[in-house]
Design a binder for this molecule. Structure first.
Ligand SMILES: O=C(CO)[C@H](O)[C@H](O)COP(=O)(O)O
Ligand SMILES: [Fe+2]
Length: 217
């Protein structure tokens, strides 16, 4: 069954504890946390101190998506704060292999992510190291953007590569996932769906999570 990872980017930051408990109780699998530095992407969100603050709120996997320049500067901080998966953009550092080694050295799961404009070939050399590969289906920086279906071919490529080479990574999709786009993601080979605005911009988040499960069956 597909895993659902609500993105707290679309939660009410004045009620973050409530909004995390809400999706936890309604059957979410991961909590997706978007870290933006105002340089790699044109937006600023939160840092490792917020991860520390929310860690006691839930036992769910904290899936931390780093949209920061040279993420290796902060890996130790996010690991100590309680992240379970730390995912770095291939475009954000000239040392993506080293960054993933650093994540693994902390004992956490290492993810790698590519923007819509980046091909899978860029991350092929690090796929053996990856516990998670995240495919952006919007340009990173903001919630609520339209899904880019042309990115799904990359999910198919990654699914094929892991079958051919015996890689063990999960494939996650982030951006514009809703009741209309979720099925195409799973059909292409995705295991985890991030959903921010679709889940949180509703009075009934439980119904939204349930609908994502129903449409991907
Ligand atoms: O990484 C992100 C943006 O950079 C978010 O995780 C993503 O956009 C989720 O929001 P939505 O589901 O509303 O598209
Ligand atoms: Fe994200």
């Amino acid at each position: 069954m597909v895993k659902i990872a609500p993105s707290i980017l679309s939660a009410d930051f004045a009620n973050l504890e409530r909004d995390i408990r809400l999706v936890d109780e309604k059957g979410a699998d991961y909590i997706h946390v978007d870290v933006m530095d105002g340089q790699f992407v044109p937006n600023i969100t939160l840092g490792a101190n917020i991860i520390s603050a929310i860690r006691p709120v839930t036992d769910l996997v904290l899936d931390v998506h780093l949209m920061v320049v040279e993420p290796e500067r902060f890996i130790e901080d996010f690991a100590k704060a309680g992240a379970d998966i730390i995912t770095v953009h291939a475009e954000s550092t000239v040392h993506v292999h080293r960054a993933m080694q650093m994540i693994k050295a902390t004992g956490k799961k290492a993810g790698v992510v590519i923007n819509p404009g980046t091909p899978v070939s860029v991350i092929e050399p690090v796929l053996a190291l990856a516990d998670l590969v995240l495919i952006m289906t919007v340009n990173p920086g903001f919630g609520g953007q339209a899904f880019l279906p042309e990115c799904l071919v990359k999910v198919e490529q990654l699914d094929k590569l892991r079958k051919e080479h015996g890689y063990t990574y999960e494939i996650e999709i982030d951006g514009g996932v809703d009741d209309k786009t979720a099925k195409s993601c799973v059909d292409a080979g995705a295991d985890v769906l991030v959903a921010g605005s679709y889940v949180y911009n509703s009075p009934d988040v439980g119904e939204r999570i349930q609908t994502l499960r129903e449409v991907t069956k």
